[in-house]
Design a protein. Sequence first.
Length: 323
Amino acid sequence: MSILRARILGTGSALPEKSVANAELASRVDTSDEWITQRTGIRSRHIAGEGESTAGLALAAATQALKESGIGAAQVDAVIAATTTPDEIFPSVATRIQAGLGMTRGFAFDVQAVCSGFLYALTVADQFIRNGTARTVLVTGAETLSRIVDWTDRSTCILFGDGAGAVVLRAFEDEGSSSDRGILGSRLYSDGRMHDLLYAAGGPGSAGPKGAIKMQGREVFRHAVDEMAKVVDEVLTAGGFSRADLDWLVPHQANRRIIEATAQKLGLSMDKVVLTVDHHGNTSAASIPLALHEARARFRPGDLMVLEALGGGFTWGGVALRW
Ligand code: UT7
């Protein structure tokens, strides 16, 4: 049976100019390079400066992804931007990207699912492609989390970074078998009862002031380790695959120890795991597309990979695709 599959044609990324090493944070709060490196695997992260914004970074990543794909903006049918730190309350970052690219057609909107945002956006884009609504979809993950971090809270301020990644998805007719290239399946979850473990209060609909990220790190860590290996197994099984078929794991980059524990549960050697947390920190919705872009030269056409993430909400999920 012939079906439409969403294939990644190209990727792009953009990072703020300034990279901040652990030592610089140790001069602001009571921490050390040694503690941050051992507990998180993070050595540095990029932090947006005055002239840099989520939409600006997303546009730069999108422009590069289109160029790599050999696709003109006029061919894009939809823009889906995953972010929790939009430049404005409205309109969406996606419409800013649309205007920035000079697009005069198609539709654009944002998806907010915090660190799982890129997987949610990718899954929505996949639905549009499979049902024939759109042939070419630009998906971005972009954040300036540094602007909602409490820079006096050592348990969170050392974790987060800013940046953007983008992919261009295009519809291809394929067989509908497990050897097809493109997105093969996904599983998305959320559980709003977990709100208090990770949130930033003070949205435009509340009476309170703009808040900062609050996290019960150890609890979030425990849930991430529990859920990530489970969701990877689920998307593999649903596609008719086993763990041994996996060429790459592309995890959300929150903490090296979470990633290592997930790989260990899956019996996966770390040379099959894409790691960027050491120089990006946790960039929320941007972390997976940034990792895809950075590792793309190592991927071979036909490689099977699973992308996975967990974040505030909680939201979590996994996407299986063949490169
Ligand atoms: O992307 C969304 C998902 N987010 C995550 O996945 C983050 C998940 N959580 C984590 O990555 C880890 O829990 C953290 C890195 C946030 C914390 O690591 P931990 O090993 O869970 O440490 P902890 O919170 O249990 O704290 C251990 C100790 C505490 O001191 P006491 O109470 O044992 O005396 C903290 O006060 O480490 C202390 N501590 C620090 N010390 C130096 C916390 N932050 C720091 C710091 N520098 N930056």
